[in-house]
Ligand binder design. Sequence first.
Ligand code: LLP
Length: 419
Amino acid sequence: MKYFETDQIKYINNELFIENVSLKKLANEYGTPLYVYSRNHFIKQFIDFSNAFKNIRHKIFYAMKANYNLNVINTFIRLGAGVDVNSEGELFRALKAGANPNKIILTGVGKTKNEITVGLKKKLLMIKAESEEELELINKIAFDLKLIAPVALRINPNVDAQTHPYISTGLLENKFGIDTDDALSLYRRKNYYSNIEFIGIDMHIGSQITSVEPFVESVQKMIELYNQLKKEGITIKHLDVGGGIGVKYKDENVSSISDFAEALLPLFQKLDCEIFFEPGRFLTANGGILLTEVLYTKQNNNKNFIIVDAAMNDLLRPTLYQAYHHIQPVIMKNNEIIKADVVGPVCETGDYFAKNRDINKVESGDILAIMSVGAYGMVMSSNYNGRRRPPEIIVDGDQIYLTRSRESFEHLLWDEKVI
Ligand code: LLP
């Protein structure tokens, strides 16, 4: 594949644009490495998602772990989304971004006592429980606070999401959720949990799921549980099917959101409860680019290396999951394709963005665009090798917003000093 273009990222006369803005111009003005996002791609993805499920009562909670820049979260809030938060730090950011606590879900397989306390005090829409012990703790904290905690149990449907093992979460061998039978027993003990109201059933089977089957199979298991509970007089207000819907990174076959809707709607339509979704990647992945400058090119024993100024600390996905991100020049100067490794300056062999990749011949000073980094890009960055994390720009039409500037070295020191 030579070009990776999307609705908002396109070549015009061999120059790559995001919305109406030249990426070359952004690299010149703000330096590299640089994250750039398209607000209108985010909006389009949200609207497509919401339209696909418009015939059922549903709510979308943006899984902010995918990209928690305040203005990205805020873009979805303005479209009516709630937010799915996975820690106290994410909750802090969600509130700063303007989220209403009663549209926030608190997720996480290992919530601390403090996180549960904060979640209850802030009166979040609901807290998920992923074990019997956690349920006991939520009940106790709610009792001490003289509150009723709205809770959904996250079930583990034991379905293979057919994705990378590190991001597959719906098998019983994974740490997540509660076995369906055990969940049933816990719901049945609802009178014992004096300070808990069971309002939902929840699942999340993994991420970057590209076919509908694992989803359908898991939802069917949730529905069985829902029907059993209903028969026993336990009313559940919503099913939360989590996130996980995949996107295109390359030329792979990915079911579209309407394929997912077509397969799932007939199942949902049989229920009289609301459906919750927690998409992250689907909403943001293909709205983000990481711009990086070519520092050097070289050959070792006839093997080509393109050494760029971004590194694994800026974008970890290739190193951690061997993930594919398309890489293309911001200015398409030639059609000469070479095979090369694109690597960063960090002193680790794992610090790479592409291996043995067919890529346009480039030279020192050229700018490359690493594509599809709007999800799990900046949020997984670090300061390894004493590197400052990149700035983040949001483009909206021809408007350019610097939403977070490059960290300073002073910032990296925080309050550390020689004692
Ligand atoms: N809900 C829950 C409970 C989750 O754990 C996640 C993601 C989501 C929703 C959103 O899933 P999405 O729609 O984005 O697939 N760092 C990995 C992905 C980790 C996903 C973790 N959980 C990556 O870069 O591929």
